[in-house]
Design a protein around this ligand. Structure first.
Ligand SMILES: O=C(O)C1=N[C@H](C(=O)O)C[C@H](O)C1
Length: 290
């Protein structure tokens, strides 16, 4: 699996009756791929996955699989939990969809197992997964930091294709990891405002909720860094970073849903508790930056 380009972690749109608006989901998925996204991510944080019932999760993956099949696009599915045994089971269940090309597996949250435990967790999963794993490193959500040395060891595991790196900035571990990557191990940005910075350092793409908006520009930014159009990449990067920061002014995906609803792309801006809808000010601020 070559992780490169823009991957869209889809929101889960809800209808007035609270059910998933599967047609709107399909439209969002199709539009992103038409605008140049390399693939879709189903059941990410952006999908409010923690608040979806099992049958709803299956319905979401079905829609994404259908669209990816039509377009021969990559499909990465969020799988796993804080428990190694349960995560292995969730990974094995992905065999049900031949369209699934990868699994996004978060560093175990809440348990705070130490970096040795994180390594043992992914070593066990790498032996059992039917598809390549993308490690999701997001310490501000998991409570578990993973340094460059451990990330490199994860990158050497067979069946670990890359990391979605979301550490809330560009820190020393990020710079040192990107300076010396294991063969075939990709770094994808997972913190939207730092997408351009990570590409400049050698990242190959991103999994970016804000790419629901102006997907084509995120794709253009990736191409600009890849082809060495530095001035263009910097300008575009600054512009998109400001827009992304605005999307994340309130908990993800509340602002994003407000904007997509204002654009008429989803039937409601509803989110499920404990999320509450974004304020109108945040939505309008983002609309002004598009
Ligand atoms: O669902 C995802 O994948 C993403 N989640 C991040 C988060 O909500 O913290 C943001 C990122 O853009 C993609």
């Amino acid at each position: 699996m070559t992780l490169s380009g823009v991957y869209l972690p889809l929101i889960t749109p809800f209808a007035e009756n609270g059910e998933i608006a599967l047609d709107a989901l399909e439209d969002l998925a199709r539009t992103a791929l038409e605008e140049g996204a390399a693939g879709l991510v189903a059941l990410g944080t952006t999908a409010e996955v923690a608040m979806l019932a099992e049958e709803e999760r299956r319905a979401v993956v079905e829609v994404c699989a259908k669209v990816c099949r039509e377009r021969s696009a990559e499909l990465i599915v969020g799988a796993g939990s804080s428990d190694t045994r349960g995560s292995a089971e969730a990974l094995r269940a992905l065999k049900a969809w031949p369209e699934v090309t990868g699994a996004l597996v978060t560093v175990p949250s809440f348990v705070r197992p130490s970096e040795a435990g994180v390594l043992a967790h992914f070593t066990a999963l790498a032996e059992q997964t039917p598809v390549p794993i993308v490690v999701y490193n997001i310490p501000y959500r998991t409570g578990q930091s993973v340094g460059a040395a451990t990330l490199r060891r994860l990158g050497e595991l067979p069946m670990v294709a890359g990391v979605k790196h979301a550490v809330g900035g560009v820190d020393q571990d990020t710079v040192s990891l990107l300076a010396d990557l294991p063969e075939g191990f990709a770094v994808l940005a997972g913190d939207d405002p730092f997408f351009s910075a990570l590409l400049a350092l050698g990242g190959t793409g991103g999994i970016l909720a804000s790419a629901h908006l102006r997907t084509g520009l995120f794709v253009e930014l990736t191409e600009a860094w890849r082809s060495g159009e530095v001035a263009h990449a910097r300008d575009l990067g600054h512009r998109l970073s400001a827009m992304s920061a605005s999307v994340f002014a309130e908990p993800n995906p509340t602002v994003l849903k407000g904007v997509l609803h204002a654009q008429g792309r989803i039937p409601t801006a509803s989110v499920r508790l404990p999320l509450v809808p974004a304020g109108q000010d945040s939505v309008e601020a983002t609309l002004r930056l598009l």
